[in-house]
Design a protein around this ligand. Structure first.
Ligand SMILES: [Cu+2]
Length: 156
């Protein structure tokens, strides 16, 4: 029984490693050559998709800007009462560790309200540009599920 548990554990670890390997991490230079400054990031965002594991490189003049990860409420109102992370050195490189919406602003007076704010929607899949990976991973988890079902049937 112990060895079967070990086998199941190994299978799950291998699947997890394979899933990680399919992720091609991308580092995005926020604003490209303009960097992180007082401007709109709407056009920079258009057409980009973000996945868990991708990185955002905020390059800026630390005398004039910083980058704070904040809540949606703070993002919308350009306040920073909920600062999750504050980067004051350049470049600040942040890894998108979770899926969902991530919000960034500059906390220098007036900058956020003048457009220096960024919201990034991180997809739950690590390979949003490669639809073929989703079914294969689902199949992999199906295999893990089958193992667990067999284990349950035999020993419980
Ligand atoms: Cu600023």
């Amino acid at each position: 029984m112990g060895s079967l548990m070990g086998l199941i554990g190994s299978v799950i670890v291998v699947i997890a490693v394979l899933a990680q390997c399919t992720a091609a991490e991308t580092t995005y230079i926020v604003g490209d050559s303009a960097g992180w400054t007082v401007q709109s990031y709407d056009s920079w965002l258009s057409g980009k998709t973000f996945a868990v594991g991708d990185k955002l490189n905020f390059t800026f003049n630390p005398q004039a800007h910083d980058v704070a990860q904040v809540s949606k409420t703070d993002y919308d109102s350009c306040t920073n009462t909920s600062t999750i992370f504050l980067g004051t050195t350049s470049p600040t490189i942040l890894t998108l560790n979770t899926s969902g919406e991530h919000y960034y602003i500059c906390t220098f007076t007036g900058h956020c309200s003048s457009g220096q704010k960024l919201s990034v929607n991180v997809g739950s899949s690590t390979t949003t540009s490669s639809p073929s990976s989703a079914p294969s991973r689902a199949a992999a988890f199906g295999v893990a599920g089958a193992f667990m079902a067999v284990f349950t049937a035999l020993f419980l």
